[in-house]
Ligand binder design. Structure first.
Ligand code: MEV
Length: 306
């Protein structure tokens, strides 16, 4: 046993293929190393959480059942008793940045670190999925996997993820709409609509857009990626997981020289991402967003080293 355990993790964005990935279609996701989660786990007389959104015994919090289940699973694997979990994070919750998976990932790392026990990737992934199943009903695993890698990924449910080499002279502007989305509600909405053959086809179409995007990434065809993002946004709107505020941000991005823009993640609010090959225009759009009150607005480079 160590005196305390530490876990570190980060957020992600889905560039292409959200929702479709739940139905075994491919998706592209990028880790967001600038949005981080840090957990310190100390032995304690009760199991409690100290965090930006809740302080107190874990069982007294609302909507924390995923992490309670995760701790139970950890106790079956490790000699873990009561712990104080101190959580610091720059990741907004309910935005589409994969906060629930990132927190679960850091919790698992902290527990294994506290117990001085080696942690393999499969165990790490399976444990994150225990809380994700409670928070998201039917997670594809993309959020869980992205917390364990610092490289962009081509992800397909139940297949080995592939690290993607992306080297584009472009950036994504990422902006939170300030509308809290619910991935659980969005995933359940699509699940109940899947009897409709049209929705099933839209999921397949989203998967095809991902395949085209993979080709465009290889060919470094940035305008094509913008068009594919617009097409993906249209499909996500049609299946009912966008939000008027996000639609407004997409339109604003297109008015301000973005090559394409879309909702990203679970939807029903959350984040908008917009593609720029002109850094100055991207910076101007970020400033514009911030003056409009969209304070979580920043750039992610698509250069290789990122
Ligand atoms: C959430 O970040 C992505 C979804 O596709 C759900 C999932 O894949 O588990 C909406």
């Amino acid at each position: 046993m160590n005196p305390f355990g530490v876990g570190l993790s980060h957020g992600k964005i889905i560039w292409f293929g959200e929702h479709a990935v739940v139905y075994h279609h491919p998706a592209i996701a990028l880790p967001l190393n600038q949005l981080r989660v840090h957990i310190k786990m100390d032995p304690s007389s009760k199991t409690e959480l100290i965090s930006p959104f809740f302080n107190g015994p874990l069982t007294a919090g609302q909507g924390l059942d995923g992490w309670i289940a995760l701790l139970e699973a950890l106790r079956e694997k490790l000699p873990l008793n009561h712990v104080r979990i101190t959580l610091e994070t720059t990741l907004p919750v309910g935005a589409g940045f994969g906060a629930s998976a990132a927190i679960a990932s850091a919790l698992v790392m902290a527990a294994y670190d506290l117990c001085d026990h080696p942690l393999d990737q499969k165990t790490h992934f399976d444990l994150i999925q225990i809380s994700e199943q409670i928070f998201h009903t039917n997670p594809s695993g993309i959020d869980a996997f992205l917390t364990m890698t610092t490289h962009p990924q081509r992800y397909r449910k139940d297949q080995s993820p592939q690290a993607l080499s992306i080297d584009l002279n472009a950036s994504l502007v990422i902006a939170h709409s300030n509308i809290k989305g619910s991935t659980k509600d969005a995933v359940e909405h699509i699940a109940s609509a899947m009897q409709d053959k049209k929705i099933m086809k839209h999921m397949a179409d989203l998967g095809h857009l991902t395949v085209e995007a993979l080709d465009a990434i290889q060919a470094k065809n940035i305008p094509a990626l913008g068009r594919l993002m617009n097409a993906a946004h249209g499909l996500l709107q049609t299946v009912g997981v966008s939000h008027p505020v996000v639609d407004g941000l997409v339109q604003e991005a297109l008015n301000q020289h973005a090559l394409g823009a879309k909702i990203s993640g679970g939807g029903l609010g959350g984040i908008m991402i917009a593609l720029y090959d002109d850094e100055a225009a991207a910076d101007r759009f970020i400033t514009h967003l911030q003056t409009q009150g969209f304070t979580t607005a920043f750039k992610r480079s698509l250069r290789h080293e990122n």
